[in-house]
Every structure is written in structure tokens, then in C-alpha cells.
Design a protein around this ligand. Structure first.
Ligand code: GDP
Length: 432
């Protein structure tokens, strides 16, 4: 999600402007001149695009103590932003402090939108044209208080934002796509057959749905699901079809086409390298994941003991996967599959509101700061969720983080927000 920083001297109306930009859905603290405010990020939406607005304290260069701290904060906000909104008081005009701020903004080389706030009427609007002298291009006259010019400003912000990512996150309506994968003989066809009784009726009732001929629509747990590339599972007679290479391509293709993967393992056998390769495919494709231990009917106390140890050892890297112990043959726990799929998909599509995310993050880094390296500790400034399916987070920092600390943040993020059954991506954007 792109970041827009709002910068300007104290009392030019930044808080009011931020309220205007976010549509007053979240309350912004009033600006008290000279008082340090933390950078607080808010979510804003305009014309179908979402972006993060970072409110900053007033920029007052070269002043002592508090003001200097505020200036440093504003500079940091600028460095981490995609677009900067520089707010000037149209009734006052450009001051020396504004000129100094412009120098700082030039150094940052970020796109800057110049806002002439408090332009409550057309007389002031005429005055505002003098702000061309700042060399930041056309001033946008607005009245944050009364809303005058706010729509035009939002349009200008959208124009300045980086290209929207091509990925369309609103999925088309229709059955959820599931990949049923696993090495030969783990019981994929057997499990599919358990659901196939209802298949014909389902195909008729979902009229107008385009389904790839190699896919199957089946009813699991009272809901229709699209099992991708099941043709191979059906046509097989006895043994695995094709070479292992071909089977692996086919598995990768099914995972790619799916939203959630059910990786079937044979509980009566050790977790193999091939099982691991399939699990890795799912994780790397960023799909939701349910691991089903099939043939559970064959697991006795002895096998259970070794299996637990294997799971600890072999699946430690994916503790977040949802695990099920079932039997395609006896039908044991097969009814747990649909709830597990729903849960994994819900995690996969979770969006954490920016304010909530940052509240949690602030408390976390306060309680456990990044360890000091070479006399300094990198700071996490704030975070945004860049996308869903799977959830992707961006941490804005003062410097790259230690891999260990990044893992710690991911673990805590999962503890706080769940994400059971879904991978989560965290990337770090150190300020440049
Ligand atoms: P696929 O290659 O993954 O499609 O595996 P199949 O469905 O063809 O199953 C391979 C073998 O495992 C067959 O002999 C099945 O009868 C057997 N099988 C499948 N599921 C189970 C199960 O839950 N318990 C037991 N005991 N055998 C199973």
C-alpha cells in the first residue's frame, strides 16, 4: 500500500487535512503547536484506491530540542513516503521555515504536492497563487476545514501515486479453488471418491460457472468447491501416471491455479523428501495450506510416537499449517476438511487495519526493541499491510533488520492476528 506523508509547519492545519483525507472515520489528535506528535498512519480511500496517510508533527528546522525532534520525524516520514503533501498556510504565505522545508523536500527527491490550506474563499485563493514562488509547482488551494478543493487534492494524490499493482484482489464469485496434491499412493483418488457421489448434482446446480474440464466441482461440507486438475486423479488405472517429473509439473500447476492446497501425506510412512518438495511448492506459491495425514486408520500407538517426532522435525518450518488426521477409507474426520479449508482461506484473506497493526507494533518494539548492533539499533517506524492472499506486510525501518528479529516479529504477528493455515510475507523497507 503506497504511503503519503503530510508535512508542514505547526498549525497550518495538517490534522484537519488528514481528517479530511481519511473521511473522519478515525479521529486524529488535534495539532498543538510545539508538541511532538508521533507519526500515526491512517488508511484512506479514494476512487477505489487505498493508501496510507502518515500524519507528522510540525516541521521546524534548527530549533532546539522538541522542535528538532519533530523536524527529524517529518524528515523520516518523507523518506519513507511515496508522495509528500506539503501544507502551507495560504493566509500567512510562504515563511522562511517553509523555504527551509522545501530544501529538505528537494533533497528527498520525492514527488511533492503543494497544498495552500485555509483557502476558505476566492480572495485567499488569489493570494495562494504567490506560492508558485516556492518552486514546487502549482499550489492546490484547499480548505481542510470546510472541504473546499478536497476532491481535487485527492485526485492529484492518486495521480502522483505509483502504479497500482496489477494483481486484482477482488476474486470473481464462484467456488473456491482447491488443489488436492500429494505423492502417488497417499490416497488422493480415494479421498476424491468420497466426495464424488454428490458431484453430478452439483455440476447442474452451478449453472453458468465456467470450470476447466480437468477440474471437478464437488460438494464438501455443504459447499461447492472446485478441485483443480483432478482429471489425472480419475483416469489413473492402478499406478501413478507419467514420470515423476511430469507429475511434479502437474502438481505445481494445480497449486498455482488454486487458492488453498490440501497436501495429503501417508501417515503410515515416513514424511519423505517428495512430501517436503510439495509442501515447499505450496509455501512458495503463497497458497493457504491444509496438511491432511491420510490413512490414519493404520496409525497405532507405536507409529503415533514416531510420527509425532517426525512432525516436530519435518514440519517445524510450517507450524502455521492446519493439520488434520483423517482416513479416506473409513471416512474418519473427513468432515473436518471443509471447516479447515474455510479457516485457511479466511486467514489467507485477512486484512489488519493499519491503526490496529501499528498499535500492536508500537507495543511490541517498546517491550522488545531490536538488539543493538555496532552501537545502534535499527528502529521500526511503522508498518502497513501491502496486500492479501496471502497477507503481505511492509515494515518501514531506519535500517535493515536482523533476520532473527524479523522472524520474531512474524511470530508475534501470528500470535496476535492468527493467520492459521496461511503463509504471511513480511518485507522490510529501510529508509533511503
Ligand atoms: P493416490 O495415488 O494418491 O490417488 O492414492 P489412491 O487413492 O489410489 O490410494 C492408494 C492406496 O492407498 C489404495 O490402495 C487405497 O485403497 C489406499 N488408501 C487410500 N486412503 C486410505 C486410508 O485412509 N486408509 C487406508 N488404510 N488405505 C488407504
Amino acid at each position: 500500500q503506497p504511503v503519503v506523508a503530510v508535512v508542514g509547519r505547526p498549525n497550518v492545519g495538517k490534522s484537519t487535512l488528514v481528517n479530511r483525507l481519511i473521511g473522519r472515520r478515525q479521529a486524529v489528535v488535534e495539532d498543538t503547536p510545539g508538541v511532538t506528535r508521533d507519526r500515526v498512519p491512517y488508511d484512506a480511500q479514494w476512487n477505489g484506491r487505498t493508501f496510507t496517510v502518515v500524519d507528522t508533527g510540525g516541521w521546524e528546522p534548527d530549533a532546539k530540542d522538541r522542535a528538532a525532534a519533530i523536524a527529524a520525524q517529518a524528515e523520516t516520514a518523507v523518506l519513507t513516503a511515496d508522495v509528500v503533501i506539503f501544507v502551507v498556510d495560504a493566509m500567512v504565505g510562504a515563511t522562511d521555515v517553509d523555504e527551509a522545508a522545501v530544501k529538505m523536500l528537494r533533497r528527498s527527491a520525492k514527488p511533492v504536492i503543494l497544498v495552500a490550506n485555509k483557502t476558505d474563499n476566492s480572495a485567499i485563493e488569489l493570494e495562494a497563487t504567490s506560492l508558485w514562488s516556492l518552486g514546487l509547482g502549482e499550489p492546490h488551494p484547499i480548505s481542510a476545514l470546510h472541504g473546499r478543493g478536497a476532491g481535487e487534492l485527492l485526485d492529484a494524490i492518486l495521480d502522483a501515486l505509483p502504479e497500482a499493482p496489477k494483481i486484482v484482489e477482488n476474486r470473481p464469485r464462484g467456488p473456491r479453488r482447491v488443489a488436492l496434491v500429494g505423492r502417488p499412493n497417499v490416497g488422493k483418488s480415494s479421498l476424491l471418491n468420497r466426495f464424488s457421489g454428490e458431484e453430478r448434482a452439483v455440476v447442474d446446480s452451478v449453472a453458468g460457472t465456467t470450470v476447466d474440464p480437468v477440474d471437478s466441482l464437488v460438494e464438501i461440507g455443504g459447499e461447492t468447491w472446485q478441485l483443480v486438475d483432478t482429471a489425472g486423479l480419475r483416469k489413473r488405472v492402478g499406478k501413478a501416471s507419467g514420470t515423476e517429473y511430469y507429475a511434479s509439473l502437474r502438481t505445481a500447476g494445480a497449486i498455482e491455479a488454486a487458492e488453498v492446497a490440501v497436501v495429503l501425506l501417508d501417515s503410515s510412512e515416513p514424511i519423505s523428501e517428495q512430501d517436503q518438495r510439495i509442501l515447499t511448492m505450496v509455501v512458495e506459491a503463497g497458497r493457504a495450506l491444509v496438511i491432511a495425514f491420510n490413512k490414519w486408520d493404520l496409525v497405532d500407538a507405536d507409529r503415533r510416537y514416531y510420527l509425532d517426532k517426525e512432525i516436530d522435525r519435518e514440519l517445524r518450518r510450517i507450524p502455521w499449517a492446519i493439520r488434520l488426521n483423517l482416513s479416506a477409507q473409513t471416512g474418519r474426520a473427513v468432515d473436518k476438511l471443509a471447516p479447515a479449508l474455510r479457516k485457511a482461506l479466511a486467514s489467507w484473506e485477512t486484512r489488519v487495519p493499519t491503526a490496529q497493526l501499528n498499535q500492536w507494533l508500537t507495543a511490541l518494539v517498546q517491550a522488545t526493541p531490536h538488539p543493538v548492533r555496532g552501537g545502534r539499533a535499527p528502529k521500526i517506524l511503522f508498518a502497513t499491510q501491502a496486500g492479501v492472499s496471502p497477507p503481505r506486510f511492509v515494515l518501514f525501518t531506519t535500517a535493515p533488520l536482523d533476520a532473527g528479529y524479523q522472524r520474531f516479529v512474524e511470530r508475534k504477528l501470528r500470535e496476535e492476528f492468527g493467520f492459521e493455515g496461511s503463509p504471511v510475507e513480511i518485507s522490510v523497507r529501510p529508509r533511503k
